[in-house]
Design a protein around this ligand. Structure first.
Ligand SMILES: [Zn+2]
Ligand SMILES: [Zn+2]
Length: 381
């Protein structure tokens, strides 16, 4: 396995091609730099030319956005990761800004094969429909979305839990309060109907409904999962396979959210496992067994003296403390650990070296704390 990663230096804003390259570091950075076609057109601005030769063979991971949660921050884009196999792109989550980050990374929309959504929190899907309604409506300098894109994500939760802490709360869309991936996509199509109908008539844009094949992931019938039993012990199951990847999933516990999936991609070059949003999970450890790369979420609450104890414990019902994540990687026998979906409730900017030393406790492999637009070469092929 070969790795390229930087010293976790803070991401510059606004993001530029330079930011992409500074996130690559080492030998591959030199290679990528010489391969990039970016040209300086005026002060402070670079036009980015599509150049995905760095990804044309082997298994790669690019962290497009690495932030946990809804806040709109400059330092990190919303959670989204590209896994690339021999040039074919598989996206895991589509957080805020991921369409823009996608092209910052040098990826072509025409290379996008499939989208996998771990769960339906807004910070994981904020840019999902932009891949369809914007990138799919008209080609940019990287070309067209080659449709249809296959989308895999949660089905309906079926029902809603009560309010944390008790009391009354309203319900948005009471006739369909828990839309799954297919309903969500259809409802987006309806909401954007006027724009789509005009674009289709005025500029020959495709019908957005033809650009995707959306699959609500069916949970095996023998697994007693529901919105009140969100992550019973289970074996992973295969969600999808094509000529590049076999994708398996398992349910992980993420507070009241159901379903919340972790995904594992097995390829001829090795494997990568995505925790999604989860607290400590035996299902994830089973899914990630001996994986080459474990991309795991993490949160730091140590020292959060201004947050009530019950709120802290509530956070930890949905997330894993960075101080505990090394033990997860060790138990899974993961060869490498990348932290992404970063949430620090105490310190800003992120003390990266502190985080890496926390995550290394109890783990014998290599730990990296990802920044946006970081390129990890898992196997050059
Ligand atoms: Zn999240
Ligand atoms: Zn979440």
């Amino acid at each position: 396995m070969c790795w390229t990663c930087n010293d976790a230096s803070p991401v510059q804003a606004p993001l530029t091609r330079r930011a992409v390259l500074s996130g690559m570091g080492g030998l591959a950075a030199v290679t990528a730099l010489s391969a990039c076609g970016g040209t300086k057109t005026n002060e402070g601005f670079r036009s980015i030319q599509p150049d995905d030769r760095a990804f044309s063979t082997g298994l790669h991971v690019v962290t497009l956005g690495t932030q946990a949660g809804p806040p709109v921050e400059l330092e990190r884009a919303g959670i989204s990761t590209a896994l690339i196999v021999d040039g074919a792109v598989y996206l895991v989550d589509c957080g805020r800004g991921s369409t823009t980050q996608y092209i910052h990374a040098g990826l072509r929309f025409s290379a996008l094969r499939s989208i996998f959504i771990t769960h339906l929190h807004a910070d994981h899907i904020a840019d999902y429909y932009n891949f369809i309604i914007l990138a799919g409506s008209a080609p940019n300098f990287t070309g067209d979305v080659l449709s249809p894109i296959d989308v895999y994500g949660p089905g309906s939760a079926g029902a809603l839990p009560g309010k944390f802490g008790g009391g009354d709360v309203g319900t948005v869309a009471p006739n369909n309060p828990t839309p799954g991936m297919r309903d969500l996509t259809e409802l987006c199509s309806q909401a954007y109907a006027y724009s789509s109908n005009i674009f289709m008539r005025d500029s020959g844009a495709p019908d957005p409904r033809d650009l995707v094949r959306v699959n609500d992931i069916g949970i095996p019938g023998h697994v007693p999962a529901s919105y009140v039993n969100t992550s019973p012990t289970m074996e992973p199951f295969v969600v999808m396979r094509d000529d590049n990847v076999i994708v398996s999933a398992s349910l992980v516990p993420h507070g009241p959210v159901f379903p919340s999936f972790a995904y594992r991609f097995d390829t001829k070059y090795g494997s990568a496992t995505f925790s999604g949003d989860t607290t400590y999970s035996e299902n994830l450890i089973t899914l990630a067994r001996s994986t080459d790369v474990l991309l795991h979420e993490a949160v730091n609450v140590r020292g959060a003296t201004n947050v009530p104890a019950e709120v802290l414990s509530h956070i930890l019902e949905s997330h894993v403390e960075v101080q505990e994540v090394g033990a997860v990687a060790e138990r899974a026998d993961a060869k490498q650990l990348i932290l992404t979906h970063i949430g620090d409730r105490v310190t800003s900017p992120l003390p990266v070296q502190q985080w890496e030393s926390w995550a290394a406790v109890g783990y014998r492999g290599t730990v990296r704390v990802a920044s946006d637009l970081q390129h990890f070469i898992v196997n050059r092929g």
